[in-house]
Design a protein around this ligand. Structure first.
Ligand code: PLP
Length: 384
């Protein structure tokens, strides 16, 4: 990568922290044991996995045995959504989610619908926030699962998870939150949040790709999706990704040590970026909530310009950003999140997401602020 690269796509992935890499390295070679073996090589690997479980538990304020390691956020979301419905056997319960969830939840819910489960997709307001009253209204006696994300990956809006948990207190529904984007940016405490299940992913918090975890308050709430050797107390069989899990543990420990200062620093840079873009680029609109948003997330729509063309222009200047849109089989669809916020299709096509992280500096923010007005103007001139 170019050394002068300005990487503002931390919501897509974060760079591996060097302390995390160091912690992982022995488990690729020297400490190669299978944590399920009884001999000393196996026991060393088991100790590493269990130490990592304790590190993640300290970040979330839960018990180590309440964590199940998975292959990432997508698997943890699928385990939460399908796994809780599978406890119901052949009965077809009701599920509540929102229209702005990540596809890992939305598509799992779509599959459930194809199997006869009824799913309610709650709308959000123009800032991407849910109304706790709407959750109360959607609850039914047969509602088995409520799955609502803590922080949105495209527009950064935070949901009132604690308030919603209080509304669910007297209802048996399982409450799941996808906290993939919030981990490391906001202090998280599963007790204070009041959730039953919580998803996290290592690569969004300076850990390795392909590893994540699901917090499970009580194992009785979940049935496994896979069958096999009984690892992770039967909830996620398969030989553990020891190096990855060690990396997740190290990343969790770093995140805990850096909070809340990390979040506060990011929020200052984010506000500088937002103020600079809104004040300096004509026709720029902030998407997501002005205050109730992730410390590292700034997202915009620009009238009369395609987000992808903006992205390429920024890339030419060494700035890595992203749009809110997903590219599916060669077709550029406007983001389902922006459409759910009431943004028009045209405006949604002009979206840009800039997500900051530990390596982001004030100078980098200022460099982007200097580039953006001309990049948008150029995009408008060529009509794309
Ligand atoms: N949930 C959210 C909110 C995400 O942003 C992501 C990744 O972008 C995921 C789930 C999926 O996580 P993973 O990439 O670890 O599968």
């Amino acid at each position: 990568m170019v050394s002068s690269l300005v990487y503002l796509d931390h919501a897509a992935t974060t760079p591996l922290a060097s302390q995390v890499l160091e912690a992982m390295l022995p488990y690729f070679q020297r400490e190669f044991g299978n944590p399920n073996s009884l001999h000393q090589a196996g026991r060393a690997a088991r100790r590493a996995v269990e130490d990592a479980r304790s590190q993640v538990a300290r970040l979330l304020n839960c018990q180590p045995h309440q964590l199940i390691f998975t292959s990432g956020g997508t698997e943890a979301d699928n385990l939460a959504v399908w796994g809780s419905v599978r406890t119901h056997g052949k009965r077809r319960p009701h599920v509540i989610t929102s229209s702005i969830e990540h596809h890992a939840v939305l598509d799992a819910c779509g599959f459930l619908e194809s199997q006869g489960v009824e799913v309610t997709y709650l709308p959000v307001d123009a800032h991407g926030r849910l109304d706790p009253d709407a959750v109360s209204r959607a609850l039914r006696p047969d509602t088995l699962l409520v799955s609502l994300m803590l922080a949105n990956n495209e527009v950064g809006s935070l949901q009132p998870i604690e308030k919603i948990a209080k509304r669910l207190q007297d209802h048996p529904a399982v409450f799941h939150t996808d906290a993939v984007q919030a981990v490391g940016q906001l202090p998280l405490d599963v007790e204070a949040l009041g959730v039953d299940l919580l998803t996290l992913s290592a690569h969004k918090v300076y850990g390795p790709k392909g590893v994540g975890a699901l917090y499970v308050r009580d194992e009785a709430l979940l049935a496994p999706l896979l069958r096999g050797g009984g690892q992770e107390r039967g909830m996620r069989p398969g030989t553990e990704n020891v190096a990855g899990i060690v990396g997740l543990g190290a990343a969790a420990e770093l995140a805990k040590a850096a909070l809340p200062e990390d979040g506060a620093r990011l929020a200052r840079l984010r506000d500088r970026l937002i103020e600079g873009v809104i004040g300096g680029v004509e026709g720029a609109r902030l998407t997501g909530h002005p205050q109730q948003r992730l410390p590292g997330s700034a997202s915009f729509c620009f009238e009369g310009v395609m987000g992808e063309s903006l992205l390429l222009k920024l890339d030419m200047h060494g700035v890595c950003a992203s749009t809110g849109s997903a590219c599916t089989s060669g077709r550029l669809d406007p983001s389902h999140v922006l459409l759910a916020l009431g943004v028009s299709k045209d405006l949604a096509n002009g979206s840009l997401r800039l997500t900051l992280g530990r390596g982001t500096t004030k100078d980098q923010v200022d460099r982007v602020l200097a580039l953006l007005p001309e990049a948008v103007a150029q995009g408008r001139r060529v009509g794309v």
